[in-house]
Design a binder for this molecule. Structure first.
Ligand code: KE4
Length: 432
């Protein structure tokens, strides 16, 4: 089976001359899996088509936003119709009000919401708000959780518990990292130990309620509730970064799914229907501190952009109309059955982790992934080989073993059967 990447290769060579690393986001460069990054020119339902005309079943789904699949006709129609009236006014617009009302109705903990243009911007703004509201400087994040590329979040765990974070990227100053404490996820005792000593300096705990940027790590039973209780006890704000889980795990995200309410929530991806959007929201008494109502400044030229609002609105309205979460659960059950059957012979060396429509593959002898260290020991060379074998068989997985995969309402049983077949053949090539 010959595979053409000629046009992708030519485009990548051109890109490399004018864009750092030839990409506009590092993971797209295929550094973790090898080979030429593919240039996708078209998407339809759960399929994507590259510059050489190769077709793939897509499980990256633009990193999560496309829960209805590529080029959903209602979303596209809404963007086209809105664009006919103009693209941006830099003023208030009825679409931002409608989308805000939808988000407030979907998320019980969100009484007010502010739109921005990315998940990173949503998290940056939520943390500035938390610091402004509490008057405290320090924040706690968890190892393995990714919250976008704001300087003080590109921070690795300090040498010991509760020590200052250390920069995890060039260009991030020690001054910017020093107020970030990085702790292990799923280890409530270590969190409690730090809070006992430092709570008076801590503005907020920010977490992915289900970490999806270091493989898929499910919270231990009761863990999220315990973090909530500690935040109440020590009067610290709890921020759920639901950029991935929001609108995906349930209509009201992980907070509805697990029944744990944060004080602030950050959103992105799905709420923009594939266009650039982020949002942060939460309790009115906190959100009222945001300018111009309050003293915490945050702004944006294209925040609440009509096209992005229209795409998000069409997405949320359709998700609710088709009860997408039940549909996704049925699809996820079928997908997991087929995948677990396909990998059954290789389960000594391969773990398939799934939670609703989110999944990940870990080439490890671990029987479950509870801590970040569990995935840190996974064999990423084997994942790279698996990624390449699957690509040859027209299946596109996210090009990194640290990323997760996503199902959409557009994936069909035929897609799943073809994927399971490709998994079996790929693993046979790797292990037999
Ligand atoms: P953006 O700034 O990329 O819109 O969102 C940042 C972000 C915030 N919070 C969570 C939980 C996230 O997963 C992300 C971004 N996700 C990655 C993929 N895991 C984006 C892909 C990329 O960086 O190219």
């Amino acid at each position: 089976m010959t595979f053409k990447f000629q046009k992708s290769k030519e485009l990548y060579d051109r890109a490399f001359k004018v864009i750092p690393g030839g990409v506009n986001s590092p993971v797209r460069a295929f550094k973790a899996v090898g080979g030429t990054p593919i240039f996708i020119e078209r998407g339809s339902h759960a399929h994507i088509y590259d510059a050489d005309g190769n077709e793939y079943i897509d499980y990256c789904m633009s990193w999560g936003p496309l829960i209805l699949g590529h080029a959903d006709n209602e979303v596209i129609e809404s963007i086209i119709d809105t664009a006919k009236s103009g693209t941006s006014f830099g003023t208030c617009n009825h679409l931002e009000v409608k989308l805000a009302e939808h988000i407030v109705s979907f998320f019980p903990s969100v009484e007010k919401v502010r739109f921005v243009n990315s998940g990173t911007e949503a998290v940056m703004s939520a943390l500035r708000l938390a610091r402004g509201y509490t008057g405290r400087d320090k924040i706690i994040k968890f190892d393995g959780c990714y919250h976008g590329h704001a300087d003080y979040l590109l921070v690795a765990a300090g040498s010991g518990l509760a020590t200052f974070g250390t920069p995890d990227s060039d260009g991030v100053t020690r001054a910017n990292a020093k107020d970030t404490i990085v702790l292990p996820f799923n280890e409530v005792e270590k969190l409690e130990k730090v809070l006992k000593r430092k709570s008076k300096h801590i503005a907020a705990i920010i977490m992915e309620p289900v970490p999806c940027n270091y493989g898929l790590i499910r919270p231990l039973p009761g863990y999220l509730q315990k973090v909530r209780e500690l935040c109440d006890k020590y009067e610290i704000l709890l921020i759920f970064d639901e950029v991935i889980t929001g609108l995906r795990l349930a209509r009201g995200g992980a907070q509805e799914y697990y029944g744990v309410m944060p004080d602030l929530t950050t959103l992105g991806k799905i709420i923009g229907g594939g266009l650039p959007v982020g949002a942060y929201g939460g309790r009115s008494d906190i959100m009222s501190k945001v300018a111009p109502e309050g003293p915490v400044y945050q702004a944006g030229t294209l925040s609440g952009n009509p096209l992005a609002m229209a795409a998000g609105l069409a997405t949320l309205q359709k998700l609710e109309r088709i009860n997408a979460w039940n549909l996704l659960r049925e699809k996820a059950t079928r997908f997991s059955e087929l995948v677990n059957n396909a990998i059954s012979k290789y389960q000594e060396n391969l773990l398939f982790v799934a939670l609703e429509s989110i999944f990940s593959f870990a080439f490890t002898r671990q029987k479950e992934i509870i801590k970040v260290t569990d995935i840190k020991n996974a064999n990423m060379k084997l994942f790279a080989q698996f990624h390449r074998e699957m690509l040859k068989r027209n299946i596109y997985l996210a090009p990194s073993g640290f990323e997760v995969g996503f199902l959409s309402t557009a994936h069909t049983n035929e897609d799943f059967e073809k994927t399971a077949q490709a998994i079996g053949e790929s693993l046979k090539t790797i292990f037999d």
